[in-house]
Design a protein around this ligand. Sequence first.
Ligand SMILES: Nc1ncnc2c1ncn2[C@@H]1O[C@H](COP(=O)(O)OP(=O)(O)OP(=O)(O)O)[C@@H](O)[C@H]1O
Length: 241
Amino acid sequence: MSEQVLEISGLDAYYGSAHVLHGLSASIGQRTTGIVGRNGMGKSTLCKAIMGITPPRARGSIRLDGEEILGKPSYDICRRGIAYVPQGRRIFSSLSTDEHLRMLSRKLATRGQWTIDAVYDLYPRLAERRKVGAAALSGGEQQMLAIGRALLTNPKLLVMDEPSEGLAPAIVEQLTETCRTLVAEGLTLLIVEQNLGMATAVADRLLVMVHGEVALETSSSALLADEDAQRRYLGVEPTAA
Ligand SMILES: Nc1ncnc2c1ncn2[C@@H]1O[C@H](COP(=O)(O)OP(=O)(O)OP(=O)(O)O)[C@@H](O)[C@H]1O
């Protein structure tokens, strides 16, 4: 079997006639991979294509452990072992924390380490807020819920789309620690991040997207050391290392 978890090749994606991903190819192995790039470069579209969420209309190939998943419905992709923390969390404001988790766990036979109790062990704060309606949760708590919900599917690959968006720096630090813990426990992570500090703290391998293609494959330390690349590819003033 291939060492790569995910092999993406020649991926094109469209919204109507708008051509957004242009023959994108990338390999995602066991190591955490970060995807960075300016707004509108196609990072979320890539996540959606991996997850089988339409739109986008897509063609090309995405193989999970050697098996083609492009064109499969998202519930099937999830069942095969990819979970998704979408940009903006996408939680249901009318459900409580507990209802969110129970709704999902009812649909899943217990098939791994992640149960509702394990999610509450990871996030004691969520356990305290189990009866609270999701709309009343803070941004950080909503992100915990989105991650907990994804973990309940016991994925081998977790795709996270801008998990730090809208969160205070102290909460981003906690989120970074959680990601590191999950990776240390053996989860493969594919993380899209605008926050270069978080992307480089979580992932040692980075793919930089420009106009729907991978323009650069690099390491976190190399990108942090290359101020010109940070300006050119990300449009950000270099962060203090
Ligand atoms: N539902 C949609 N319909 C039409 N065009 C879309 C849609 N969603 C995204 N696009 C366009 O596709 C391109 C890529 O968007 P995408 O959201 O994938 O980029 P991104 O790199 O994730 O950016 P951001 O960080 O702003 O989310 C952009 O030009 C965007 O305007």
